[in-house]
Design a binder for this molecule. Structure first.
Ligand code: FES
Ligand code: FES
Length: 157
């Protein structure tokens, strides 16, 4: 039987005590244990970025992160950007420019964009493309996503 250890995850400013198997990923705990299904399971091997969350403010692939590594850390999922049901400025910008198509990549994209804009209030196209480079979208060609980030940057000033 797999070994278990109790850990505290501070997710979207709420503390959860969970006891995952040592091999459970953060993605598994978010989706299966805590029903935070906004975090998507795409490739499950670190390639697509659909499972991106913020780990202490930094984008991280939750499918490659063991849950036990996150003990006492601050985790932000897409649900945490709209705690009272009001979309964040970044989310609103994505909708306004029509960035989502199927939407599957969007939670990861929005979290990456949020982290970028916290670090760089006025990123140029190269910085935006670099930030998005680890997140795959098979629908949009990235143009609208980059446009949304530029719009959000203007509105956050
Ligand atoms: S599901 Fe984690 S990178 Fe694809
Ligand atoms: S909108 Fe479909 S994968 Fe990005």
């Amino acid at each position: 039987m797999a070994e278990r250890q109790s850990i505290e995850l501070h997710i979207n400013e709420e503390t959860h005590v969970v006891s995952p198997d040592t091999g459970n990923t953060l993605l598994q705990v978010l989706r299966s244990t805590l029903s935070l299904t906004g975090t998507k399971r795409g490739c499950n091997q670190g390639v697509c970025g659909a499972c991106t969350v913020l780990r202490n403010g930094v984008p991280a692939r939750s499918c490659l992160t063991l849950a036990v590594e996150c003990d006492d850390e601050e985790i932000t999922t897409i649900e945490g950007l709209a705690p009272n049901g009001k979309a964040s400025i970044v989310q609103q910008a994505f909708v306004k420019v029509g960035a989502p198509q199927c939407g599957f990549c969007m939670p990861g994209m929005v979290l990456v964009a949020t982290a970028l804009l916290r670090e760089h209030s006025n990123p140029d196209q190269a910085e935006i493309r670099e930030a998005l480079s680890g997140n795959l979208c098979r629908c949009t060609g990235y143009v609208k996503i980059a446009e949304a980030i530029e719009l959000a940057a203007e509105q956050l000033v």
